[in-house]
Design a protein around this ligand. Sequence first.
Ligand SMILES: Nc1ncnc2c1ncn2[C@@H]1O[C@H](COP(=O)(O)OP(=O)(O)OP(=O)(O)O)[C@@H](O)[C@H]1O
Length: 280
Amino acid sequence: MFRRFCTSLFHAKQLPFAFPLKPTFSTPRTLPKGLFFTSAIKMADTQKFRSFPSLEKASKPELLRALESSLGISFSSDSICPSPNPLIIVISGPSGVGKDAVIKRLREVRENLHFVVTATSRGMRPGEVNGKDYFFVSKDEFLSMVEKDELLEYALVYGDYKGIPKKQIRDFMAKGCDIVLRVDIQGAETLRKALGDSGVFIFLVAESELALVERLIDRKTESEEELLVRIATAREEVKRVKRFDYVVVNAKGKLEEAVDLVGSIIDAEKAKVRQREPMI
Ligand SMILES: Nc1ncnc2c1ncn2[C@@H]1O[C@H](COP(=O)(O)OP(=O)(O)OP(=O)(O)O)[C@@H](O)[C@H]1O
């Protein structure tokens, strides 16, 4: 490996174009400047005046010291890439597709995610916990939050206000957490306007329309009328998939696969050279 490194550097001396003076991309995740270029220049000089310990006989620390001394630098054990930016992940999809189910499982299997608790003007129901299920506020308090631009997105749902507090997102992003927002398709569209490309938008779908309808029937939480509305709405909503970044199929009995794919999306976003930069 070391030999290959040296050989390519020696060739680089003869072929200067092999090492462009500037990286060909600019990105928030650039490698530390000078690491390779400085090494290349100094390394080329070293053969003139340094005798190197035998690669076969010298210990690794000896070789490291020799390399540092030859290159005139000391190797840093600091991370080569800066930490990735926190993500804002928006999970959306038609009613009954499994948003809650996916998020519940994601909560169990992944760390460092903050699942945003929505503020609502609706009264607390028995068993609900303030700050866990929702942040319960009065209608006046909610409207004052709207007035002060404290909500990233809000809507009037069946007579009650629901909204996403910006402060909560800011606070958890400052702690290095990724943020997960679970919203309906309309909410996702509003968030897209607010966040643009700085958010990661994931559209959950069932494997087929039939599967989605069966899931809604099995859930047994909707009246006949509600079922009809939800199915009609879902038909329209599926057409909006193009406005999302990713689509994840949550097929019957394959919740785990859907959750794994969401996890992989998060991992891939973390490895992106050009990181998203959420501004809230
Ligand atoms: N992969 C799956 N296979 C089988 N059943 C599933 C799967 N994912 C979710 N379900 C079930 O489908 C039903 C709907 O799921 P869930 O309530 O999570 O949907 P939702 O998208 O959050 O719905 P809504 O937007 O109406 O709240 C639930 O009974 C859930 O347990």
